[in-house]
Design a protein around this ligand. Structure first.
Ligand code: UDP
Ligand code: MG
Length: 316
C-alpha cells in the first residue's frame, strides 16, 4: 500500500478536487492506497471538507492539528501515522503534478528507496523572491553539501526511509534536506511547477525568512565561523592602525588620532554584536531543542476517533 501524505492549511477549495484527482490516478495503477490529509490547524472549512470525504471514501483519512504547527510538522505527522509500505508527500494545491506518482511507484518497484521530484524550473517567482531563494540555496550548498536549489517536498519514500526519519530525535526539522541526509538509494525525476489550483500561497516574507534562517542554522555552522573570520580581519586592520598611530606618536604628529579611535570602537563593537547575535541564535535553537516539545499535537484522527487520546502523540 502507498500512503499519500497531503499537508493542508486553509485549503478548503482544494481538498475535494485534490482527493479526486490523486484518487483517480491511483485507481488506474491498481495499487492500494490511503490519502492522508493532515489539517495543519486551518481556520477555514478545510477540516469539515476532509471529514465529509472520509465518510464517502474509505481510503481517505484525516489528522487534525490542535493549531497551526507549520508544514514541516504536518509532513512528519503524516510520516509517523501512515501505514503504507511507501509514502508520497505532495502539496494540496496540485502544484506538484500527481501524474508523476505512477512513475515514482515504478521506480520504487525497481528498488529505489527515495524518489525525489526536482523542479525543472522554479515556476513563476518574483525577482526579490528569486534572489533570496538563490542566496539561501547557495549558502546551504556551499556550507553543508546539500543541494536544494531545485529540490521540493514532493518525494516518495520507502518504509525504511520513513522509519529512519521517524527515529530522528530533533524537533526543528527541514524535511527537504533531511530526506537526502538519511541517505538510501535515490532516484530523481523532473517536474514543472504548476500554478496553484485555488487559494493563495501560505508563505509570507517573514515566514520564509524564518524558514531560511532556521534551516541554515540547522545544517551549518558557517555563520559562526564567519564571525571568527571577520574578527581576524579586523585584528589585522587594528594592528595596522596601531602601528600607524605609534609611528605618529613617536614622530610627534599625533593629536588627530580621534578618528582612528572612533573607527576602532565602532568596528570592534559591530563585530562583537554580530558575533553575539549569531551565537545567541544558535543558543536559542539549542534551547528550542532541549525543551523536547512535540513537533505537533493531533486533536482528531479520523482513524480512531473513539479512543481519542493524545498521550502517544506527545512523543511524536
Ligand atoms: N501548508 C501547511 N502549513 C502551513 C503552510 C502551508 O500545511 O503553515 C501546506 C499547504 O496547505 C500546501 C503546502 O503546504 O499544501 C504548500 O504550501 P503553499 O502552496 O502555500 O506554498 P508554495 O507552493 O507557495 O511554496
Ligand atoms: Mg503551493
Amino acid at each position: 500500500m502507498v500512503s499519500i501524505i497531503i499537508p493542508a492549511y486553509n485549503e478548503q477549495e482544494n481538498i475535494e478536487n485534490t482527493a479526486a484527482v490523486i484518487g483517480g490516478i491511483l485507481d488506474k495503477t491498481g495499487e492500494s492506497y490511503e490519502l492522508l490529509f493532515v489539517d495543519d490547524g486551518s481556520k477555514d472549512a478545510t477540516w469539515e471538507k476532509i471529514e465529509a470525504l472520509t465518510g464517502k471514501n474509505a481510503s481517505v483519512r484525516g489528522l487534525k492539528f490542535s493549531r497551526n504547527f507549520g508544514k514541516e510538522g504536518a509532513i512528519f505527522a503524516g510520516l509517523k501515522n501512515c501505514f503504507g509500505d511507501c509514502a508520497v508527500v505532495i502539496d494540496c494545491d496540485l502544484q506538484h503534478p500527481p501524474e508523476l506518482i505512477p512513475q515514482m511507484l515504478e521506480l520504487h518497484r525497481q528498488g529505489f528507496e527515495v524518489v525525489e521530484a526536482v523542479k525543472s524550473d522554479r515556476g513563476k517567482e518574483g525577482f526579490v523572491y528569486r534572489f533570496f531563494a538563490k542566496t539561501f540555496y547557495k549558502i546551504m550548498r556551499d556550507s553543508s553539501n546539500v543541494d536544494l536549489d531545485r529540490a521540493s517536498d514532493y518525494k516518495l519514500m520507502d518504509r525504511k526511509v520513513i522509519n529512519a526519519l521517524n527515529e530522528l530525535p530533533e524537533r526543528i526539522t527541514f524535511f527537504r534536506a533531511l530526506s537526502s541526509w538519511v541517505g538510501f538509494r535515490a532516484a530523481k525525476i523532473e517536474f514543472e511547477v504548476a500554478p496553484r489550483n485555488a487559494g493563495k500561497s501560505k508563505w509570507s516574507f517573514k515566514k520564509l525568512m524564518i524558514f531560511a534562517l532556521n534551516n541554515i542554522t540547522s545544517f551549518t555552522n558557517l555563520p559562526m565561523q564567519l564571525v571568527t573570520g571577520m574578527g581576524l580581519l579586523f585584528l589585522i586592520f587594528a594592528v595596522g592602525i596601531g602601528i600607524q598611530s605609534l609611528v605618529r606618536f613617536f614622530s610627534g604628529t599625533a593629536q588627530e588620532g580621534f578618528t582612528t579611535v572612533y573607527m576602532l570602537v565602532l568596528l570592534a563593537g559591530s563585530v562583537i554584536m554580530i558575533g553575539l547575535g549569531i551565537i545567541g541564535y544558535y543558543m536559542s535553537k539549542i534551547y528550542e531543542e532541549i525543551k523536547f516539545r512535540p513537533r505537533y499535537i493531533i486533536s482528531i484522527d479520523t482513524k480512531n476517533r473513539k479512543e481519542q487520546d493524545n498521550t502517544n502523540d506527545r512523543k511524536a
